[in-house]
Design a protein around this ligand. Sequence first.
Ligand SMILES: *[C@@H]1O[C@H](CO)[C@@H](O)[C@H](O)[C@H]1NC(C)=O
Ligand SMILES: *[C@@H]1O[C@H](CO)[C@@H](O)[C@H](O)[C@H]1NC(C)=O
Ligand SMILES: *[C@@H]1O[C@H](CO)[C@@H](O)[C@H](O)[C@H]1NC(C)=O
Ligand SMILES: *[C@@H]1O[C@H](CO)[C@@H](O)[C@H](O)[C@H]1NC(C)=O
Length: 259
Amino acid sequence: MLTYIFLIILVVSLANKTTDGNKNIFILGGQSNMSGRGGVVNNIFDGFIPPECQSNSSILRLTKGLTWEEAKEPIHQDIDFYAICGIGPGMSFANFVLKNDPNIGVIGLVPCAVGATNISQWSQGSIFYNQMLNRTRVALQGDGMLRALLWYQGETDTLNDDAKLYKLRLYKFFTDVRNDLNTPSLPIIQVALASKFGPYTEEIRQVQLETQLQNVKTVDANGLKVGPDFVHLSTPSEVQLGQMLANAFLGFGSAHNLL
Ligand SMILES: *[C@@H]1O[C@H](CO)[C@@H](O)[C@H](O)[C@H]1NC(C)=O
Ligand SMILES: *[C@@H]1O[C@H](CO)[C@@H](O)[C@H](O)[C@H]1NC(C)=O
Ligand SMILES: *[C@@H]1O[C@H](CO)[C@@H](O)[C@H](O)[C@H]1NC(C)=O
Ligand SMILES: *[C@@H]1O[C@H](CO)[C@@H](O)[C@H](O)[C@H]1NC(C)=O
């Protein structure tokens, strides 16, 4: 009997966690491909927003000023403000999650990515790290529930032989974020990059593809097309990447409710 009552309570509380009233918080971190340069040509964003990236009243964005607004591309512009931002994977991700999990409630995106940053610039206590954690903590106030960190970084670290230290730095970064946010098994979905530029690309890519931390998934950008600047994912590639990230997130299944 007691077990039965307990199960009912468990089911009801799990159900409550996934219905309206909750804000599902996703952190977006890394460098330019996460920030978004799709549709940026000669430092001008062409303004084209594909259907997969349209705004939706259920998709919010935490602004630089720490207020919520309906998210609208380019969602990183006030965060990655030195660059001209375009389409990234965030809106495609959010729309795809919403479409496939209509009961999830509101999606709250916390853009934090900054172009050209190396992994050391994200280490615990750094400006970007602190900003990311601060923004996330604000996002979690009230009805916020942290669901995942989406991470796309590494290109800058392919440029020098510091790449040897990438594994150590990446693992420490993921672990620090989880610890500092009190979510030790926070789902993390990272992107394995497929750059042709840095001499140490294979080393970085290897680390990403072979990351062995619990609840870390890696989707592979290999095969995704870059745009006319040859450096950044095109708009269609960013749309596709967003859906890959969403599928990886949805693949965590109900386990992510138990955080
Ligand atoms: C918002 O997304 C939901 C789920 O995909 C969809 O049913 C709804 O039509 C969308 N609203 C707008 C204004 O696009
Ligand atoms: C990372 O970037 C910072 C700022 O540009 C620089 O000072 C540092 O040397 C870089 N570290 C590595 C390992 O490249
Ligand atoms: C981060 O949050 C702390 C505590 O709320 C605050 O003192 C600090 O100024 C914030 N830092 C930034 C960069 O917003
Ligand atoms: C963006 O991603 C593509 C595909 O992984 C990669 O070729 C390119 O080097 C990346 N660019 C940056 C600046 O990270």
